[in-house]
Unconditional design. Sequence first.
Lengths: 461, 516
Amino acid sequence: MSGEPESGGGVFGWLDRRYGLKPLVEFMRHKEVPIGAHSMVWYYLGGATLFFFAMQVATGALLLLFYQAGEHTSYESIRFITTKVPFGWLVRSLHCWSAHLMIVSLITHMFSTMMLKAYRPPRELTWVTGFVLLTLALGFGFSGYLLPWNELAFFATAVGTDSVKAVPGIGDFLLQVLRGGADVSINTLHRFFGLHVVLLPLATVGLVSAHLLVIQRQGMAPPLGHKVAPRGMRFFPDFALRDLQLWLICLIILTSLAVFLPYGPHIPGIEWELGKKANPLAPAYPGIKPEWYFLWVYQLLKEFPPHFFGMEGPQGALLLISALLGLWAAMPWIDRRAQRDEASPGFSDIGAAALLFLGFLMLMAWDVGGGGDAVKLPDPQQSAHVCALWALGFAAVATALRALFLHQRYFLFTGATALQIALHGLAGLSYLLAAAISLAVLAVGLLVLRARGQDRSEVKP
Amino acid sequence: MIALVLAALFAQAAAAAPPAPLPKPLQTLAEGKHKDGTPILTDKQREALQALPEHTKKLLSDAADSMILGSTEELAALLSLDVQPQVLDLIASDNCVLCHADPQNQKPRALFSPHPATSGSNPLLNLQEMVSDVHFRVGLSCSGCHGGKPTDDSMPKEIAERWPTAEVRHADRSWIPNFCARCHADPQFMRTFNPTMPTDQLAKYKGSKHGQLLLEQHDSKAAQCVSCHSVHGIRSAKSRNSTVNPQRVPETCGKCHADPEYMKGYLTAAGAPLPTDQLAKFKTSVHGQALLVKGDLGAPSCTGCHGSHAAQPPEVAAVSQVCRRCHAQNGILFDGSRHKKVFEEHGWPECGQCHGHHDIQRPTVSLIGNTDDTLCGKCHGQYSRDDPKCNETALHFRTTLDQMIAGRESATGEVEKLAESGLDIEPVSRSLSDLDESLTQSKSKVHSFDSSTFDQAAKPGMEALQKARQEIASAHDEYRFRQRGLVGAICFIALIVVGIGLKLRELERRRNETKP
């Protein structure tokens, strides 16, 4: 790989004479990955996500050899795969675990990009394609969830698709399109199957190609404050071999999880035991939760009252979620300081605050500390109290670590989020009232900082 | 198109039109006020009145016009019943009800009120209950029992002649069964209302202990029709609110039979005071739990064993026959067993001797055995000690059942673990279902008190247990294979990871060497 390519003879020569591969090899040979002040580990997360996606394609193709979408075949064929097909249980388990790990690595990759401000010009489109890939990954999760046609999937999909109704004007139409009728039925399964195995993979492959293409064209983002990285690591073979090493380690983790926990860790939202076949006539049971990465949306929908400023509660929640996601996608254009290649500690703090915001909602969605059992439902207030204590504890430790090791001094957004958590969980205010008070405090804080010019402090990102 | 739009507009206009005014007499009555000037009818009641069909309004208005519906308070009471308009039609057509539901016109002892407890009227005259009465619902109102006609404007003399005086009614209640039987023992008459309803209640009652006490000894404390079915609020036994609904029968019987004061002086056939703990015991029994807690209407209540209208103190033979109605197989097995003759000789109630009566508990294997702490052992210790065949049989039953139960319990835990590990538990589950079936059959076959009969049921269970154990063992083997496969794969992948690490180190070293 490191030697001069022979163009005269052999396969390479034969191909080179026809397709002119030499410039490509030259490009690869000179391609470098920047080495900055921060750890190199963040550069490998995109590759790890790609590995999990490749695993999804491979295991998904194997599952397709036996899976038959249909009212009387979906559940039965999955059952057949896990009980009768040699290593079928392993393939399904790898597919499920890999799906979750892909989302984990994707989200970690996104937050690392955000914290390192790698989205700054000229890499705005890399960020946007990455963001769209995240939504596609969530779409994969949502559509794949229904395919076993079991009880849990059926009701979770019924609840999940129902929230589409909140879209103003076209909500009912969208619901009809998504479900293929008024209710979740076998028509829904056929639609989701088509989405899961044809449309989403095509869109993902296209976007992954675009994402990789722009990265190859522009190279990886150098550390902040350097137009060109001070040092570089050769992509071939140094970085590629390290990538391969990480992929193999991911494979070890993945197969270990698949063998020891073939149905997931038995946590609501991270389990895929087949259970009973879906029965559209059976009543829904309490405690149905979506996949873990949708839990924050689920909890936010619960926190909204039935009516909110002239809107239906779910409409308000959907509007807020859309606004937050829109802001997240537009981050490269909002972060002016990063555009100027300057440290933007405020946006690093926004990233930390976002993690705190999502974490608190997820803990509440899991009813952590809410008591409750098969008979009694968990107490939401008690749960909010315990979740607030956990979230604030995590926030305190994370803030101390940020201050000590990363020398960060900007904690306004984290502080406002922590205030909201404390007001809701500890003082007992409603989630939205607590949010309103925290936003007001945040606005005042931002104004004071602007007036004092402290937002131009020399703290590092 | 224009016609459609116009039709829609008209339809909308009609829908938005104000409601038609009430007929004048009813309107006047509806506007009645309290002494302090506040309206008597609540907003909700006014809305309900307005929403009534026109013919119901007309009936009420006619009654108001003739002063039979005499006060706004009565109108409020009728509207507060919250019943279908058809029921209000029945009330508005019945002068007896209208007159006796008017608080302005009746003394409390004769006033039908929706809330007798708060209005201070006779508790038996509950208007809410009366409109739910099965007789009222089929058009048999007051006059059906008391005489007169629903259209009478005043109390006719016939009522006083036909209806016993209060002294007679309360001093000796033996007239009640015959009074109800005027209709309920007449098949021709009953056919017009409910052709499937039996008409032998009085005949049965006469032969019952209650009937004997009341009709022969004129003991008015003895239960008669009203004691169980209530009065002015009688419902079909199918209704959950009926006092004779299977789930409420224990409570209804217990009103008397669980009251030591009320039952004082009543004796059993043996001359002992009649016990009053039956209800408490029944509630703890397997039957009581099934009926009252699980809501299993197939489980017997008091009447399931003792009969209802023909209720009698149980006899030894009768009780075991009652048990056989549901537990037929056990009864047949017992009849063919060695115990049958012995039990008859001793005069023991067959099932009840071992299982008890009102407090029958779910039988467990611990009853069986040859030691003194088991039910078999206790009895045999007294009557048939050291019979080697009996000891051997009891020990065989116990050992086999213990093995099956212990095997089932351990397999349950194993299967749960295997399922969590993602192994196919369907074959084991099938074997365990066979074991469960065999266990149920084997427990039943104990009633044959014969080893070979018992083994016919137990053998398939023991085989199923053996099979389940083998399947569990092979599932464990499969799991170990998976673990070994994983370890092998991990070692292989780890080797490649290490190899890549070494390659990278070598590259680094070479580069350092070639650096000037």
